[in-house]
Design a protein around this ligand. Structure first.
Ligand SMILES: [Zn+2]
Ligand SMILES: [Zn+2]
Length: 125
C-alpha cells in the first residue's frame, strides 16, 4: 500500500484502536497528563539522565493485550537509559538498586498533575 507523507503523519497521531481522540479517550487515558509527565526530569535524577524522558507506566497488567495498559495516572518520567534498564533488569531490582518507589512517584505526580480530574486520580481499576 502506497502511503503519502501525510498518511504516515496522520497514522502516527491516531491511536491503534479506532475511536475519537481527546475528550472521548478511553478511560484512564490522558494525553495531556502524559505529556506533562514527559516534560519532567527522570525520576531517578542521576547524572546519567538526559533531558529527554519517557512516560513509563508503573503498573503493568499481566495477561493484558492491546488496550490493557494501566491508566495514565500511573505514568512516571524516566530517561531512555533508566527506562530500558528497568525493563531489562526488572522493576523490583531496579527500584531496590536506585532506592526509589515508582508507585509512590506516580501517586505523587497524579496528585500534583494539573491535568487529571479528581476521579482519574482516585479511581482504582
Ligand atoms: Zn534517568
Ligand atoms: Zn516502560
Amino acid at each position: 500500500m502506497r502511503q503519502t507523507r501525510e498518511d504516515r503523519l496522520a497514522a502516527r497521531r491516531v491511536p491503534a484502536a479506532p475511536g475519537v481522540r481527546g475528550a472521548a479517550a478511553k478511560p484512564g487515558e490522558n494525553d495531556r497528563h502524559l505529556a506533562w509527565v514527559r516534560s519532567l526530569p527522570c525520576a531517578i535524577g542521576s547524572v546519567r539522565c538526559g533531558a529527554i524522558t519517557h512516560a513509563h507506566h508503573v503498573r503493568e497488567r499481566s495477561g493484558g493485550g492491546v488496550g490493557m495498559k494501566p491508566g495514565d495516572r500511573w505514568a512516571v518520567p524516566l530517561c531512555p537509559a533508566h527506562h530500558s534498564e528497568g525493563h531489562t533488569t526488572g522493576w523490583k531490582t531496579f527500584e531496590e538498586r536506585h532506592r526509589v518507589d515508582l508507585r509512590a512517584v506516580a501517586v505523587g505526580l497524579a496528585a500534583a498533575s494539573p491535568y487529571l480530574s479528581q476521579d482519574q486520580r482516585g479511581a482504582d481499576e
